[in-house]
Design a protein around this ligand. Structure first.
Ligand SMILES: NC(=O)c1ccc[n+]([C@@H]2O[C@H](COP(=O)([O-])OP(=O)(O)OC[C@H]3O[C@@H](n4cnc5c(N)ncnc54)[C@H](O)[C@@H]3O)[C@@H](O)[C@H]2O)c1
Length: 437
């Protein structure tokens, strides 16, 4: 059966539901937006027009969005092709809603959950077989209007036509970058991105002890390695230490027993104390950084010095003087040692996750570029560093090669991509054409 999505019922008008409903309406798609109460759904509809950035290029398109409540209007989903669940991240609550909606949707409709961390197999366990065949995870990123990445994850029973329908609609009409992931904890982007952040807090602590300051750490982890200007601490301020803590707790439960990320699911002590006193990031007026308005109208930018555990003025980072990632990661100084530990460590982590989280390197690279704004994905970065050089260093350190570096080494390949990036190294050691974006 081939399926086509022409209308969408979004369940939940929070941050993500509003974003998805807005993206669909902006594309001229008919949307039903339901929430716990009609008022909540109405407020979500308002935010589609008035949010920043506004979801609609033409405010008149809001007419495509009708609203209702789960209690009085759920049966209307029978008129929609895609039932998109975006309610709270709570397994029991999601399962209750799926059990209620399943008899009400029409044959041929497709269903998705926008969960960021609950395994799909737990969502569908014991549910009717039709739901198991018709459901996938559609993991959008916030803000939906801005972020290109959408991770698409089938369940064990999901049929190919369902995945094709989501890929065609989200990749085509919504112009998202669709990445194919697996039903593993945090999928691709957040698995690697959260490893980078959580391991980063620990590796940065060692660097602080070795004399680097926080401003320099953030500088090193931005432009020189092709990451956004927020660096490490600035990015966690944006996300919030409380969110990071929830992510870490979920990882502690769901990471494989031998996963390297297990060493970093607890914050270092100073960050644990920040969490305990509610010093969470931008949303609480300060986390690692804060900006306060002075009596004379000027703004004072301060950093929470993790060693002294006190605020001090932000100072200019020490200019590391390393031209690019290769120069930095192979530099024989404190900055180089830290960058190798953190950035190099994240690249090696990614290289060990094929095929666990993705069948190929292309989807991993795309997820990090589109979801975390890395200039290059992990395998593209490894190519820039020179895989042979990385392998030599790992061997000299007595470190086992992660899976994809092992594949590259055995295949005698010089890089993960060749032919101007049009071919990639597969798990079987052979090169294949990179699929279109
Ligand atoms: N915010 C993000 O950055 C982000 C990114 C990707 C995925 N997600 C996932 O998307 C989903 C929604 O997250 P969000 O950030 O939009 O959350 P949110 O808190 O902004 O919105 C939650 C929605 O759930 C509804 N809700 C609350 N309690 C409910 C209940 N008992 N029954 C039914 N509905 C209930 C709320 O009314 C609201 O519409 C979650 O699964 C989350 O993990 C969030």
């Amino acid at each position: 059966m081939s399926r086509e999505i022409k209308s969408v019922a979004v369940l939940g008008g929070g941050t993500m539901g509003t974003g998805i409903a807005g993206a669909c309406a902006n594309d001229g798609v008919r949307v039903l937006l339901l929430d716990v109460t009609r008022q909540a759904a109405e407020a979500a509809r308002e935010r589609i027009v008035a949010g920043r950035p506004p979801a609609l290029d033409d405010p008149a398109k809001i007419e495509l969005v009708s609203t209702g409540s789960f209690d009085t209007d759920l049966d209307q989903i029978g008129d929609y092709d895609w039932i998109c669940e975006a309610i709270v991240e709570d397994l029991a609550t999601k399962r209750q809603l799926f059990a209620r909606l399943e008899p009400l949707r029409r044959d041929g409709s497709v269903v998705s959950t926008n969960t960021s961390g609950i395994p799909l197999r737990d969502v569908v366990a014991g549910m009717p077989e039709r739901l198991g065949r018709d459901i996938a995870v559609t993991h959008f990123f916030n803000p939906v209007k801005v972020m290109r990445l959408m991770e698409l994850i089938p369940g064990e029973e999901t049929t190919a036509d369902v995945i094709d329908a989501f890929a065609a609609f989200c990749g085509g009409r919504l112009a998202k970058g669709v990445v194919y992931a697996k039903d593993t904890v945090n999928f691709i982007g957040n698995r690697i991105g959260c490893f980078w952040m959580l391991s980063g807090l620990h590796k940065a602590k060692a660097a602080l002890d070795a004399g680097l300051d926080m401003e320099t750490i953030d500088l090193l982890m931005s432009q020189p390695v092709g990451l956004p200007p927020t660096g490490l601490y600035g990015l966690i301020d944006l996300i919030g230490l409380d969110v990071m803590d929830l992510v870490a707790k979920n990882l502690e439960i769901n990471l494989p027993a031998d996963d390297a990320g297990r060493a970093f699911t607890r914050f270092p002590e100073a960050e644990a104390r920040m969490l305990a006193r509610g010093q969470l990031g931008r949303k609480t007026g300060g986390g690692f950084y804060r900006v306060t308005k002075q009596d004379d109208g000027s703004r004072l930018r301060e950093v929470f010095d993790l060693t002294a555990e006190d605020w001090r003025d932000v100072r200019a980072p020490a200019d590391a003087g390393h031209a690019d990632a290769t120069a930095l990661l192979f530099a024989d100084d404190a900055a180089g040692g830290f960058a190798w530990e953190l950035m190099g460590g994240a690249l090696l982590y990614a290289a060990g996750l094929v095929p666990e989280i993705s069948d190929d390197i292309v989807n991993i690279d795309r997820a990090m570029r589109w979801g975390f704004a890395w200039r290059q994905g992990p395998f593209e970065m490894l190519d820039a560093l020179g895989p042979d050089r990385v392998i030599d260093r790992l061997k000299s350190e007595g470190t086992a090669l992660p899976a994809m570096l092992q594949v590259l080494s055995v295949a005698g390949a010089a890089s993960f991509y060749r032919a101007d990036g049009t071919e990639f190294l597969g798990r079987d050691g052979a090169f294949a054409a990179v699929p279109p974006e």
